[in-house]
Design a protein around this ligand. Structure first.
Ligand code: FE2
Length: 310
């Protein structure tokens, strides 16, 4: 098990720390996706207010959605510049990404990309990004910028992984213990989206980063993944699947051009979609090793929920 620092709400032996954090977390978390939206006039140059609004939402719920005017040119600059302005500097360069580390996700009719689900119009099951990455390339944040939507479908469901932790721990601390096992989940070598050859990746689902934040590796897919053959791990993954289909905190979003999700690699999925000549879905994805910066006044306790829906 990865070391959980003393006093951490994620330490199963510290019930008081968990209860206190849980109460503040649930009081501050958004009740609807509209609470995540932040209108930004120019994503290349956020105003102090826009930036603070995005950081505030990320601090409460590990995610925010910017809404910017759709624009034709220089689209790849948008996620990169948004990221920089939120403290995200180190892009994970994926084998199928363009050279700059920004990956255009659209249906690929041929070529190497067409063999991977993100480059099809099929549904993608619940996951966090880069669950197959080695620990030194742990994905802590990502951006999904919508350049063009599909004719129909393509929605994302989103769940703050800290809320998934709460739902699991409330059901049974044994679920958390199982999912923190260092060998809970193994991704066999060379099986994943666009990754170059690499060895098996074995690790926990939940772990606590050096800065105390919770990290999650997960995929609901059943192929190309080996769960530890253990009753507690089985019970925990079944509980998680149930939570992902029923938790009231699951949010749904269909992005329009100019919108973007910025998040600390929360749980998400994608519905199947259909393109048309006018609406050919294109989403730019950026993945980072850093987490989104904390708001300036956020080093103390989380604020109470006072945000107005945008
Ligand atoms: Fe993803």
């Amino acid at each position: 098990m990865s070391a959980v620092p003393a006093g951490s709400p994620f330490d199963l032996d510290d019930d008081a720390a968990y209860r206190d954090w849980r109460q503040r977390k649930l009081a501050a978390c958004p009740r609807s996706v509209s609470e995540l939206l932040v209108e930004v006039a120019d994503p290349l140059q956020l105003t102090a207010t826009e930036r603070a609004a995005l950081l505030d939402r990320c601090a409460r719920s590990n995610m925010a959605v910017y809404v910017s005017p759709p624009r034709a040119g220089a689209a790849a600059e948008i996620p990169r510049r948004i990221g920089e302005q939120l403290g995200l500097r180190t892009l994970d360069v994926n084998y199928l990404a363009d050279d700059d580390g920004i990956t255009p996700l659209a249906v690929a009719d041929s070529g190497v990309r067409s063999a991977y689900i993100p480059y099809t119009n099929r549904a993608i099951r619940w996951h966090t990004d880069g669950y197959y990455n080695p620990p030194q390339r742990r994905i802590r944040a990502m951006i999904l910028h919508c350049v063009q939507r599909a004719e129909s479908g393509g929605e994302n469901r989103l769940l703050d992984h800290e809320l998934a932790f709460i739902a699991l721990r409330d059901e049974s601390p044994a679920h958390i213990r199982a999912l923190m096992l260092a060998d809970a989940m193994t991704i066999p070598a060379r099986s994943e989206e666009g990754e170059v050859a690499r060895g098996d990746q074995t690790g926990p689902v939940f772990s606590v980063d050096a800065d105390g934040s919770l990290h999650m590796r997960y995929t609901a897919r059943t192929r190309s993944i080996a769960w530890k053959d253990d009753a507690a791990v089985r019970a925990a993954t079944e509980a998680l699947q149930r939570i992902l289909e029923s938790d009231p905190h699951v949010l749904r979003l269909r992005q329009e051009p100019g919108m973007g999700i910025v998040c600390n690699n929360v749980l998400h999925d994608r519905a199947a979609f259909a393109d048309s000549p006018q609406h050919r879905r294109l989403v730019l994805r950026a993945r980072y090793y850093e987490r989104i910066e904390a708001p300036a006044l956020m080093h103390g306790p989380m604020p109470t929920a006072t945000i107005a829906a945008a």
